[in-house]
Write a protein that binds this ligand. Structure first.
Ligand code: HEM
Length: 435
């Protein structure tokens, strides 16, 4: 697969992260050996931020100041054997594995950014409960029309880089499948402590969905995804003004201060009707709002919108009137209803990426927020149950993008501050680690 003479470098890298493993990595690195070296990280832990989720200052931004997530991503869902709490020895092993990554890769889009997060089930291994203020329920269904599988593994490691070779090698190092990481010797591996229950992969960026669309389940045969789109649905998302700041989503007090909560859904897309039955204006109406379509606010994938989706207070407040007038409502317009606090701050930070896992057009959809219930409220607004009494609006029809997306997995996690990243107790301790 990787050594066919006519295969372009892009084809190689494209397949490499999705396939994973040592072969993918070596194929990828041998093809990329004329590229810049991957920048090294640091042994000075104090130089790294406490917030594992502080990625915005170390990744690219576009000309409008919107954060551009690293193009290649890997999600490792990990389980601990047995039912009891982990040992001090386990903790030292896990911390050492992460220190190797910190030393091997610059914490940036050109090196590797990553975080580790822990599930409610993980914390239930201990006798003590999580502190009062931590809102981390078990995952649950968040609409009447979904039947997801719940991700209840103990931990989730999320790796991201613009370099496919970096993200693959970092993963290999954590799994004990590479003796070195960017030339640094690997002393401990996560797989000394955890089992890998599930490996999922993602990507995002202009061109990437289009070049992967051919033959994918969920994509019509006409391969309609625009070349310049960063997402399969043909638009750009994550405009700066509709994203919470990292400050806002950070837990402010208690033993996990500096951390955040992470909800990750996995969503399958079926885009036949999206692209074949509908024209561009229909898609704009359902993605943004019908007013966006009638006023021609969106050009192409939406670059022209700058750093804001163009959803106004009026579009949010008058959504019911608009539903009556246009017979449908937009996804962004609906979600925005619950995505501001009383002071107008945005509540959740979306970091979703596309995926071709299982040869299906899908997304891995992490969001960060102070409380998992913040996410649940925004998702409830997106469901638009309250609008289905308008004659043309049904639960999944004319109701944003709900007709085309299907939730397959949901999981909830706590991303502790870096100092507590190795198997923390619910009281925010890491017994066995020095200082
Ligand atoms: C295929 C799946 C999805 C696609 C392609 C998509 C795309 C978009 C786009 C293009 C926007 C407008 C631009 C922006 O403000 O960033 C948007 C806004 C938004 N989406 Fe999605 N979205 C998807 C799924 C979801 C899901 C599952 C949620 C979960 C709650 C969600 C929550 C939001 C929120 C909160 C906003 C911002 C609304 C605001 O506060 O102004 N989206 N999305």
């Amino acid at each position: 697969m990787f050594d066919g003479g006519g295969t372009s470098r892009r084809e190689f890298v494209k397949a490499a992260v999705a396939v994973g493993g040592a072969t993918a990595l070596s194929a990828c690195t041998s093809r990329l050996d004329d590229r810049e070296p991957i920048p090294r990280g640091t042994t000075d832990s104090d130089s790294l931020p406490s917030r594992q989720h502080a990625w915005n200052d170390v990744v690219r931004r576009d000309d409008d100041g919107n954060v551009e997530l690293p193009r290649h991503q890997v999600f490792l869902y990990l389980t601990l054997p047995g039912d009891g709490p982990p040992s001090d020895e386990d903790r030292r092993t896990v911390e050492s594995a992460f220190r190797t990554l910190d030393e091997a890769y610059e914490r940036s889009n050109e090196g590797v950014v990553y975080s580790v997060a822990y599930s409610p089930r993980y914390f239930s291994r201990f006798d003590a409960p999580l502190p009062e203020g931590i809102d981390l329920p078990e995952p649950r269904s968040l609409s009447s029309f979904e039947t997801p599988e719940f991700d209840r593994q103990d931990a989730l490691v999320h790796l991201a880089s613009d370099r496919a070779d970096a993200v693959l090698e970092a993963e290999q190092a954590l799994r004990g499948e590479s003796e070195t990481a960017n030339g640094i010797e690997v002393e401990s591996t996560l797989t000394d402590v955890f089992d890998v229950d599930s490996r999922r992969t993602g990507f995002v960026g202009p061109g990437m969905p289009a070049e992967r669309q051919d033959g994918l389940k969920g994509i019509p045969d006409t391969n309609p995804v625009p070349e310049e789109s960063p997402l399969f649905m043909g638009f750009k998302a994550g405009f700066a003004k509709t994203q919470a700041t990292e400050d806002y989503v950070t837990i402010g007090e208690g033993p996990f201060a500096g951390g955040t909560t992470k909800h990750v859904s996995n969503v399958r897309q079926r885009l036949q009707d999206w692209y074949v039955e509908q024209d561009f204006d229909d898609r704009v109406s359902e993605m943004f709002s019908p007013v966006h379509a009638s006023e021609g606010l969106v050009e192409g994938v939406g670059e022209n919108l700058g750093d804001d989706s163009g959803v106004t207070d009026e579009m949010v407040d008058d959504i019911r009137d608009h539903a009556m007038e246009f017979g449908r409502v937009g996804h962004a317009q609906k979600a925005a209803r619950a995505n501001r606090d009383e002071e107008g701050n945005v509540r959740i930070l979306r970091r979703h990426v596309e995926s071709t896992d299982d040869d299906t057009a899908s997304l891995h959809f992490p969001t960060l927020q102070r409380r998992i219930s913040d996410f649940e409220e925004v998702r409830a607004a997106m469901n638009g149950d309250d609008l289905t009494d308008v004659p043309t609006i049904r639960q999944r029809v004319n109701n944003g993008i709900l007709e085309y997306i299907f939730v397959k997995h949901r999981g909830n996690f706590l991303v502790p501050p870096r100092e507590l990243r190795a198997l923390p107790t619910p009281t925010g301790d890491v017994p066995g680690l020095d200082g």
